[in-house]
Design a protein around this ligand. Structure first.
Ligand code: GDP
Ligand code: CA
Length: 313
């Protein structure tokens, strides 16, 4: 069984590759909930939903998040009441939020309703929220504001200068059911090529998860989300400097150095390999990590699993 520490789109693309080379029943994704928010009375879980929609094959192929063939009739009608449409709410997507919110209000945990949503979409990968607690990532800006991560990222498009990424709520949270056991029993723990600062760090900031990652006998192998000194998609490059990390495959490896046994970087970064191995003592492999083609994603997953198998010996 393989555990993948996951954010949203980068993780979803990697998981699509992984299930080409191992049965989905053998994959457990421990998913970031730091992006989750309340909006119009609904609980929205962007990273869980991105992964569900990708694995179910219903994701919007252009945006790489949200549902394909989506409309925004309800969001348009909400404008009548003065709602600001900074956060996209698709009509199909709303059904997921409505179901989740009704169940949460009925006292069911996020992990239970996540399993229900996955099953309804025919997703066989086990999706475990990092925590059932509300543990939202906050962005403290240089101009003195305390923003929800989504307000910073989506509404303000990542423009404000960041003074601090606050994971205080994650640090007070309890690991979701099954997470600790999965990390201890795993054949390997894989770090998806997700945003290190606001996807993977909020997962490992949950104290039980961070401690278990140090204890597990499983090798930990990651894939770099940074290729050629830039992000593949998104804006992860804006946040790495705010935690003192260089925007490179080496910088991210340093950021994860306490955790990693193995690291997989892109062909374009081949010249960093020797430096990473010498400086950090992390076994490094070089391959194509640009997962636009599902076959490349599958080959990348196979490389990651081979490295993990070597590190187990
Ligand atoms: P988000 O929560 O939707 O932003 O998604 P994640 O945190 O999972 O992933 C965002 C990161 O994924 C960005 O830093 C991207 O550079 C990275 N990413 C996306 N697609 C790819 C890809 O095909 N290859 C690699 N190496 N990284 C990718
Ligand atoms: Ca996210």
């Amino acid at each position: 069984m393989y555990v993948v520490l996951a954010g949203g789109v980068g993780a979803a693309r990697f998981l699509k590759g992984l299930v080409r080379v191992v049965p989905p029943e053998e994959v457990v994704a421990v998913v970031n909930v730091g992006d989750d928010l309340w909006l119009h009375g609904l609980r929205i879980c962007p990273d869980l939903d991105s992964i569900t929609y990708h694995l179910a094959g219903v994701v919007d192929p252009d945006r790489q998040w949200g549902r394909a063939e989506e409309s925004e009739v309800v969001a348009g009608e909400l404008e009548r009441f003065g709602a600001d449409r900074w956060f996209t709410l698709g009509d199909r997507d709303l059904a997921t939020h409505l179901h989740r919110t009704e169940r949460l209000r009925g006292g069911v945990s996020l992990s239970t309703v996540t399993a229900e949503v996955a099953e309804a979409f025919g997703v066989a990968v086990r999706l475990l929220p990092a925590t059932d607690d509300e543990a939202e990532t906050r962005i403290l800006t240089a101009d003195g504001r305390d923003l929800h991560f989504q307000e910073y990222w989506v509404r303000e498009r990542g423009r404000p200068e960041v003074a601090e990424v606050s994971l205080a709520d994650a640090r007070r949270a309890q690991a979701g059911p099954g997470v600790v056991e999965a990390i201890l029993d795993a054949d390997a723990v894989l770090l998806a090529p997700s945003n290190p600062v606001v996807s993977v760090d909020p997962v490992r900031a949950v104290p039980d998860i961070g401690a278990t990652l140090q204890q597990t006998p499983a090798p930990v192998v990651g894939v770099s989300p940074i290729v050629g000194g830039a992000v593949v998609r998104g804006m992860a490059d804006r946040l790495l400097p705010s935690v003192g990390a260089e925007v490179s495959a080496l910088g991210v490896a340093r950021h994860y150095a306490d955790l990693l046994d193995g690291w997989v970087i892109d062909d374009r970064d081949a010249d960093l390999r020797v430096g990473i191995e010498e400086e950090l003592g992390i076994e490094t492999r070089v391959t194509d990590t640009m997962m636009d083609d599902p076959e490349v994603a599958g080959a990348l997953a196979a490389t990651v699993l081979e490295l993990a198998a070597e590190l187990r010996r």
